[in-house]
Design a protein around this ligand. Structure first.
Ligand SMILES: C[S@@+](CC[C@H](N)C(=O)[O-])C[C@H]1O[C@@H](n2cnc3c(N)ncnc32)[C@H](O)[C@@H]1O
Length: 251
C-alpha cells in the first residue's frame, strides 16, 4: 500500500487502520500515541449515534471542519473494537514501547479494560486540562474540563536515562486558530506528549485526523506514521505537514 503522503520520515496512510496495520513493519515503532473516536457524547442511543458535528460542536463551532466516521459504536462494540485495534497495533511496537490513548470521562473505564485486554501493561493516566473555558451543561455541574490519556507499556517499564519523568497533567487550552479537526488536539499538547518517543525514533498514530501528532513529531525531530480513514482529513494533515516542512526548508 502506497502512503497518501510521505516526506522527511513522516507518512500518512489513507484507510481503515485494520487495512493498514498489516503493511507496516512489526516491532518498528517506539510509541503508539493516538486519539481514537471516543464513541461518547450522550447518554441516549440517539445522542450517541448523532453526527460528531452535532455531538461535539456546540453553538455551530465546527466552522466548516469536516466530520468523521467511526464514532457511533455502542458500549460493547466500542470495547471489542478497541481490543482489536490495540492488539493489532501493539504488534507494531518495539518491546517496551509506550501506548498512550486519549479518552474522555465517560469512556475511561471501558478504555482501560480494553487497553489491558490488548495486553498492554497499564501504568497510569495523564490528564489534559483544557481550562476554565470548557463546557458545563448547566450551573451546579463540574465542568467537563479534562480528557485523559491511558498510558502503559508493551511489556516491561524499564528506567530511562534520556528522558522523564514526564508530567502527569498538562494544562493546554483549545485555540480555534490551532484546531484543524472538529475534535483536534492542540499542537502544543502533542509536542509535549511526543517527548515519550526518543528523538530520531518513530511513533504511530492510528487515528491521525488532521495530523496533529505527526506535526508535533516532525517539529521535534521524531519520525512517524499516521492512519486516517477520511480523505478530507488526510488532505488537511498533508497540507499542515507541507507547510511545516516548507517553512523549515526556507530557514
Ligand atoms: C478523534 S479524531 C483524531 C483527531 C486528531 N487527534 C487531530 O488532532 O486532528 C479520530 C479520527 O479517526 C478516524 N477514524 C475513525 N475510525 C477509523 C479507523 N477505523 N481507521 C482509521 N481512522 C479512523 C476519524 O476519521 C477521525 O478523523
Amino acid at each position: 500500500m502506497k502512503p497518501y503522503y510521505e516526506r522527511a520520515g513522516i507518512s500518512i496512510y489513507h484507510g481503515d487502520c485494520h487495512e493498514v496495520f498489516p503493511v507496516l513493519p512489526p516491532k518498528s515503532f517506539s510509541v503508539m500515541l493516538t486519539d481514537p473516536p471516543y464513541c461518547s457524547g450522550g447518554a441516549s442511543s440517539s445522542a450517541k449515534t448523532a453526527d460528531p458535528v452535532d455531538k461535539y460542536c456546540h453553538n455551530g463551532n465546527a466552522l466548516g471542519r469536516p466530520t468523521f466516521s467511526g464514532d457511533a459504536k455502542d458500549q460493547r462494540s466500542f470495547v471489542t473494537w478497541s481490543v482489536f485495534w490495540m492488539s493489532a497495533c501493539r504488534r507494531l511496537l518495539k518491546d517496551g514501547g509506550y501506548g498512550l490513548v486519549f479518552t474522555d470521562w465517560r469512556q475511561l473505564p471501558s478504555l482501560t479494560d480494553a487497553f489491558q485486554a490488548a495486553d498492554f501493561t497499564w501504568r497510569g493516566l495523564i490528564a489534559w486540562d483544557k481550562g476554565g473555558g470548557s463546557r458545563s451543561p448547566h450551573k451546579g455541574y463540574a465542568r467537563h474540563q479534562c480528557e485523559y490519556l491511558v498510558w502503559g507499556k508493551n511489556g516491561k517499564c524499564r528506567p530511562r536515562q534520556d528522558a522523564g519523568p514526564f508530567p502527569g497533567c498538562h494544562h493546554e487550552p483549545v485555540r480555534h486558530a490551532d484546531k484543524f479537526h472538529i475534535v483536534g488536539k492542540p499542537t502544543e499538547l502533542m509536542v509535549k506528549l511526543v517527548d515519550f518517543c526518543p528523538q530520531g525514533e518513530s511513533l504511530i498514530d492510528c487515528f491521525a485526523g488532521s495530523g496533529t501528532t505527526l506535526v508535533a513529531a516532525a517539529k521535534t525531530g521524531r519520525f512517524g506514521a499516521g492512519i486516517e480513514r477520511e480523505e478530507a482529513n488526510c488532505e488537511i494533515a498533508a497540507e499542515r505537514l507541507d507547510e511545516l516542512f516548507d517553512v523549515s526548508c526556507r530557514q
